[in-house]
Design a protein around this ligand. Structure first.
Ligand code: ATP
Ligand code: MG
Length: 285
């Protein structure tokens, strides 16, 4: 039977969320501590647990059919791979930073300077676009200490909250790339594998959609129902059910997380009462 092999990070910032997503897709597997391979019991997929840097290469070589990796690593390794799905976790940015005490005005600051990074290709591309000549010093980790030990005048590193930079006496001055975890595959996947991949993507979509949406229930006097329907977006239109109490209805709908607070206020103002908001486990569109 055809199976897909998916490469996921063995341990690090992507691992937990990658495995959580797979579990939320209803795929069951055992991954004992330290195992390098595991097989799902209820879906034709096998897992390879690897260092994230190696994942694009393994997918390109066909050792794995799919991978979950940060877009920053994918683009840095610049393999001709497809992004099948943006996964919405491990969001971070690749940024240039300089010592806090520096008087930074614009990108020309870096002309002729030394910059330490683990992302030489992404950085070079950015500097070329800006027409800046700088010396890129490639190091594989602990980039943020480079200015403190005199190795470089600036750094280009992954940032999420900025606290690591701050603790090392640096300030973020330019964002050069925005990243999140992505599902990747080789563009030339045989049809039988592609079929399984499509099933996996369908499940991932339903999980991601459900995360961005909430189920909302509320009560309203009948004469306010029209107005409230205007405020509630819904997948089609809200369900309206009569309440036992004469003259009142219950409305059910789905609301997007982004517009949630704004709509809730409008609903209250329009006369909605007893508003309940509940998570959705899966959402098939
Ligand atoms: P490995 O041992 O597998 O090589 P690593 O140390 O290179 O791991 P991690 O620090 O686990 O990598 O980061 C993996 C990916 O998670 C990064 O490439 C990036 O996409 C994302 N990431 C890194 N730092 C953060 C952060 N602070 N917040 C969110 N996502 C991050
Ligand atoms: Mg790595």
């Amino acid at each position: 039977m055809t199976k897909l092999k998916i490469a996921v990070q063995k341990s690090g910032r992507l691992s937990e969320d990658s495995l959580k997503l797979i579990k939320e897709c209803g795929i069951k597997f055992n991954n004992g501590r330290g195992t390098l391979k595991a097989e799902a019991s209820n879906f034709p997929i096998e897992f390879l647990f690897l260092r994230d840097d190696d994942i694009p290469g393994y997918v390109e070589d066909g050792i794995a059919d799919l991978g979950i990796v940060g877009e920053n690593v994918l683009v840095e390794k610049s393999k001709g791979l497809d992004i099948n799905k943006r996964l919405g976790f491990s969001k971070c940015r690749l940024s240039l930073a300089v010592p806090k005490s520096e008087n930074y005005t614009d990108i020309n600051y870096f002309e002729g300077k030394n910059i330490a990074t683990s992302y030489p290709n992404l950085l070079q591309k950015y500097l070329d676009e800006k027409g800046i000549n700088a010396d890129i010093h490639e190091i594989s980790g602990s980039v943020e200490i480079a200015p403190g030990i005199g190795l470089a005048e600036g750094v280009c590193d992954i940032v999420s909250s900025g606290s690591t930079l701050f603790m090392n006496g640096l300030k973020e001055v330019e964002v050069i790339f925005k990243s999140e975890a992505v599902l990747i595959s080789s563009p030339d996947m045989p049809a039988d594998k592609k079929e399984i991949l499509n099933k996996l993507i369908f499940r991932i979509d339903s999980v991601l959609n459900s995360k961005n949406n909430k189920y909302i229930l509320l009560n309203a006097p009948n004469d306010k129902v029209e107005e409230i329907i205007e405020i509630l977006p819904g997948m089609r239109s809200p369900t309206v059910l009569p309440l036992a109490q004469e003259g009142w209805s219950s409305l059910h709908s789905v609301i997007n997380e982004d517009e949630f607070w704004d709509r809730i206020e409008k609903l209250k103002d329009a006369g909605a009462e007893g508003i309940l908001v509940v998570p959705i486990e899966k959402m098939i569109q």
